[in-house]
Ligand binder design. Sequence first.
Ligand code: NAI
Ligand SMILES: N[C@@H](CC=O)C(=O)O
Length: 353
Amino acid sequence: MDRYDLALIGFGGVNRALAELIDERGAALTSELGFELRVVAITDLRLGSLMQADGIDLSAVLALEPGANFAPFAGGDPEPRNEYVIRNTTADIVVEATFTNPVDGEPAISHVRWALESGKHVTTTNKGPVALAGAELRALAADHGVRFEHEGAVLSGTPILRLAERMFSGLRIRGVQGILNGTSNYVLGRMEAGLSLPDAVAEAQELGYAEADPTADLEGSDVQLKVVILANEVLGADLTTADVSRRGLSTVSAAEIAEAQRQGRRWKLIGDAHRNDDGSVTASVAPVALPLDHPLAGVSGATNAVAFDTDLLGTVAVSGPGAGRVETAYALLSDVIAIHAGRGALIGAATDV
Ligand SMILES: NC(=O)C1=CN([C@@H]2O[C@H](COP(=O)(O)OP(=O)(O)OC[C@H]3O[C@@H](n4cnc5c(N)ncnc54)[C@H](O)[C@@H]3O)[C@@H](O)[C@H]2O)C=CC1
Ligand SMILES: N[C@@H](CC=O)C(=O)O
C-alpha cells in the first residue's frame, strides 16, 4: 500500500477541511484510492509549527482552543518556521494554502520553491504562485522530478484546469469566459435580495468563501489572477496581471443593481480571455449586466461557471463550486490523486537523460 505524507502550510479553512477529511474519512479514502494519507507537519502564522514524522494526531490539532498554539505538542514550536519545516520535513507532498497575495505572490512563491527544490511535490490552492510564477515553478518541478499541482486555483474543486489539459486535445480554444469568483457572485445575489454590501460580505466570510482581504474578491484582483492562469494554461499565452484590465464591483451602485433587476438583467463579474486574429490574447475583468436568458445569468451563489469557446465543439461550459472550504480541500485531494496516478511517469522522466 502506498502512503503519502503531507506537510500543511497554512492551517486555515481549506487545510483544516483537508485535515478533517483525512481524519474522518481516511480509512474509506485509503480503500477507495489505494493509498494512505498522513499529515507529518503543519505550519501556520497563528499556530506556529508542528513536525511529527510518525504522523500528527489530527483530532488533537483540530480540537485546539482559539488562541492556543503548537508549542505544547512534541515537535511543536510557537513560530511558523516555514522554510525550516518545508526543507526538512519528511513529507512527500507540501500542501500550500496560505493567503493569496495578488501583488507579488509572496511568501507562497517561496514556500513552493523551497518544497520543489527539496524534492517534494506541491499541491496548492493559492493563486499567487500559479498566476505570478507558474512557468518558473513548473520548470523547477520538472528539474527535480516532482509535480506542481494547482487544480484549486481556479473554480476550487471543480476540475476545469485538468479537464482543459486532458480532454481538449485536438481542439483549438479561441477563448474562455466566466464567473470566476464565488464571493462576488454570492454578494451580488444577496444584494439583489436586499442585503447591504457589508452584510453580504460578512456572510461570504462566515461561509469561508472570501479572501483574507475581501477587497480582492470584490474589486476583481482575484479574478484577474484566475484569468491569467486560464489565459496562460488554456490559451497558451504569457500574460501577467498587468495585461488584464480590471474593473470591480465598486463601479456598480446598489441603484444600478436594482435598475438591472427591473430591466430583466443581472450583474455578474465576468473574467474573459480571448485570442485575436493576430494571435495575441486580450483579457479583462469587469461587471456586466447580463440579460436573464444569458447562460451565465442563472449561475448563483458561490457557484462559478466557465465557457470555453472551441473550434470543433463550439461552446463547452462547466459549472460548479467556485469557493468553499470543503470544496477546495477536494481540489487538494484531487491533486494528490493526480500525483499518485502519474508517479510511474515521473520516475521515468527523472531517469530519462
Ligand atoms: N476558501 C476558498 O473557497 C478558496 C480558497 N483558495 C485559496 O486557498 C488559500 C487558503 O484559503 P483559506 O484556507 O480559505 O484561507 P484562510 O484565510 O482561512 O487560511 C489561510 C491560513 O494561512 C495562514 N497563513 C497566512 N500566511 C502564512 C504564512 N506566511 N505562514 C504560515 N501560515 C500562514 C493563516 O494564519 C491562515 O490560517 C488562499 O490562498 C485562498 O485564496 C482557493 C480557492 C477557494
Ligand atoms: N475568494 C475566492 C476563493 C476561491 O478562489 C472566491 O470567492 O472565489
